[in-house]
Write a protein that binds this ligand. Structure first.
Ligand code: AMP
Ligand code: MG
Length: 422
């Protein structure tokens, strides 16, 4: 039985969402930072300030395809009276020898090629006849024209990226330009995902009556990966305590142990609640959280037969409960370990329909946020509150966060939304 709206036993209280979030956060120890190649650095954070060891550009070079000249030699050039100069050298990009421009001559030069000593400007090819033996130059240029000075972008010793900067494409480009092939970033927490349920059958396999396709494992692994952490899916297990522990022991005692075990299912109020039953001997607390969906939660430490302990968070089995619980309790500490923003962007939006919410529970409803033609943000609730409606979660782009002390919110009310962008 897994209806999640059980009445409370006398004296039983619900744990506030924020308190359970703190408990889960306290469990997770960030792994040590690691050095990674730039190819593995995307959406990670530099742990230390990064200084430029070289200048960019590293040498004076041409900003144009054209001719390197002394500005004085073309000072009187015009369409009517071009300056004709012998072309004494040809400098494609990548030429590594050091050239000197003799007065009264030009060097043909390409964008990015090193300026010859003695030249102080480049005349772009469009203002010339493009000659290779000699060139007719039809424009005068000031000294410095179309020359990119060494260090004009960043000088050696300058701060290139401050500690805490997120590495997206431009930052990775800058590091590569500076010749930096590896950076130190927070290691990705390793999260092992284990789904439980005797009714579960892998996607792609045929179903018998009463069976369903396993979906929490795929979904939670994707959520872990999207958060920036590293997911391993453990083959899901039937509702069998010994099998559950055997699977966990094998992975926790392996050469690649998890920083966190994430289970789903088996924590509700029914019989055959395998996760609860399997963890009675562990330091794991099962609680009811004042939240809908996602009331039954567990967290603590699992210890293998060989004595190795690992943090464990046990999420409820209903897919929407599992995913929303991950959002609220697990994603923030994973992001914190990665030194990435923990919170989803929050905004206020105008509700387009009435909603009922259970008093005493913080409710997260699925919503579609849109900007109205007048520029206001609106949110349309979609799907019923019950937590098997994965389809509506899959069409939502936001969670509507209705506080525990609210019971009715009406169309036109302003509500808080968490914007889900992945
Ligand atoms: P439980 O908490 O184990 O009683 O599960 C609650 C509901 O979620 C039941 O309808 C289960 O069949 C379903 N459920 C549990 N785990 C999964 C899973 N990994 N994938 C899909 N549905 C699940
Ligand atoms: Mg189950």
């Amino acid at each position: 039985m897994s209806g999640h709206d059980h009445p409370l036993a006398p004296g039983e209280t619900l744990r506030p969402v924020e308190e359970h979030a703190r408990r889960v956060a306290d469990l997770i120890t960030p792994p040590e930072p690691e050095r990674v190649a730039l190819a593995d650095a995307l959406r990670r954070v530099v742990v230390d300030d990064v200084h430029a060891a070289i200048s960019l550009p590293g040498f004076d070079n041409s900003a144009m395809d054209g001719y390197a000249v002394r500005a004085a030699d073309v000072a009187s050039a015009s369409d009517d009276a071009p300056a004709r100069l012998p072309v004494a050298a040809d400098i494609p990009a990548g030429r590594t020898d050091v050239l000197t421009l003799a007065p009264g001559t030009a060097h043909r030069i390409m964008t990015g090629a090193p300026m010859p000593a003695g030249a102080d400007a480049v005349v772009q090819v469009e203002y010339t006849d493009g000659g290779t033996e000699s060139v007719d130059i039809r424009r005068a240029v000031d000294a410095g024209t179309s020359v990119r000075r060494a260090g004009s972008d960043i000088a050696a010793g300058d701060l290139a990226l401050a500690a805490g900067t997120v590495l997206n494409a431009p930052q990775i480009g800058l590091l590569a330009a500076l010749g930096i092939a590896e950076v130190t970033v927070p290691a990705r927490p390793h999260v092992v995902v284990l789904s439980t349920g005797s009714e579960l059958v892998a996607a792609g396999e045929p179903l018998q009556h009463g069976q369903i396709h396993e979906s929490n494992g795929a979904m939670l692994c994707a959520a872990v990966t999207a958060a920036g952490a590293r997911a391993s899916a453990l083959h899901f297990v039937p509702d069998d305590v010994d099998e559950f522990r055997a699977h966990l022991d094998a992975v926790v005692d392996s050469a690649d142990p998890p920083d966190l075990v994430l289970t789903s299912g088996g924590v509700s109020a029914g019989a055959y609640e395998v996760v609860k039953d399997a963890l009675v001997r562990d330091d794991v607390e099962f609680v009811k959280v004042a939240m809908q969906p996602g009331m039954p939660q567990g967290s603590g430490r699992y210890t293998t037969a060989s004595g190795r302990a690992v943090p464990i968070v046990t999420l409820p089995g209903n897919p929407v409960s599992a995913q929303v619980s991950f959002e609220i309790f697990v994603r923030p500490p994973l992001r914190a370990a990665l030194r990435l923003p923990q919170e989803r962007p929050r905004s206020t939006a105008v509700l387009t329909d009435d909603l009922r919410s259970p008093r005493g529970k913080r409710q997260f409803r699925r919503g579609v946020v849109e900007t109205a033609p007048d520029g206001t943000l609106r949110v349309q609730p979609i799907g019923p509150p019950s937590s098997h409606h994965l389809r509506y979660l899959a069409s939502a782009n936001a969670l509507i966060d209705i506080p525990a002390d609210a019971d009715d919110v009406a169309s036109g009310d302003t509500v808080v939304v968490l914007l889900l962008d992945d």
